[in-house]
Design a protein around this ligand. Sequence first.
Ligand code: GLU
Length: 272
Amino acid sequence: MKRFVVMFVAFVFVAGLCGTLLAQDRLDTIKKRGALIAGVKDSTPGFGFVDEKTREIVGYDVDFVRAIANKLGVKLQLKPVTSASRMPQLVEGNIDIIAATMTKTAERAKQIDFSYTYFFTGQKFIVKKGTVKSLADLDGKRIGTAKGSTSEQNAAKALPKATILSFDDYPQALLALQQGKVFAVTTDESILANLLGKAPNKEQYEIPDIQISDEPYGLGIKKGEKGLVDFVNKTLLEMEKSGEAKKIFDKWFGPKSPTPLQRGSFKITAGK
Ligand code: GLU
């Protein structure tokens, strides 16, 4: 009987070991494949958008995943995602990482894991100049935003009488504003500033100083991929320390960019 128990325990141990060895984690898969597949936006100016000259997707989010791919010694492969499609694409395993203006929320963290915060902003509105002095001026109005965003949830909460119209992306919401189909567009200030910066008749619009939420961005990784999360977090901290993270910020949003933003005291910090 004793011998049987010993053999059984040994069998369970060996089987467990084989299982662990066979079940490759995502980090191994990426290295073997020789490419990191990142889900990025392709129509969010400043973060992930198509460069008119090169026809390549570029932006703040793209530079962060490029730095991670370089650190891994693999190529970077980009897959366009929308606010609504990014989590399903990750959960289904079609992408390794989300780098798509994605806010870390407790609700999303039930389904996926997040890196440390690598960008920080807050939700505001674009409106026709002089039409909005306070939040009350927006209630009961038609407000445009993107499907699957925290922006649509926050707006519904802050403006219970408003009609929220959700589009596939923010340029479509801006177009609706320009066509008079919505009264305001709402999402993160960082996105609004860049969107407006590129708009042809931008002098007719403004972003009033009305903020309804904080939006810390994290890189999204499938649940249970501790190796990849640790690697990404380690790389983010190194990028902060070396000054690369600030350099990427300045490249897209610094004083010389068309729409400067404040990095303020923001720093990529362990645990946050
Ligand atoms: N950061 C917000 C979010 O994660 C709004 C921007 C977006 O739709 O990506 O939902």
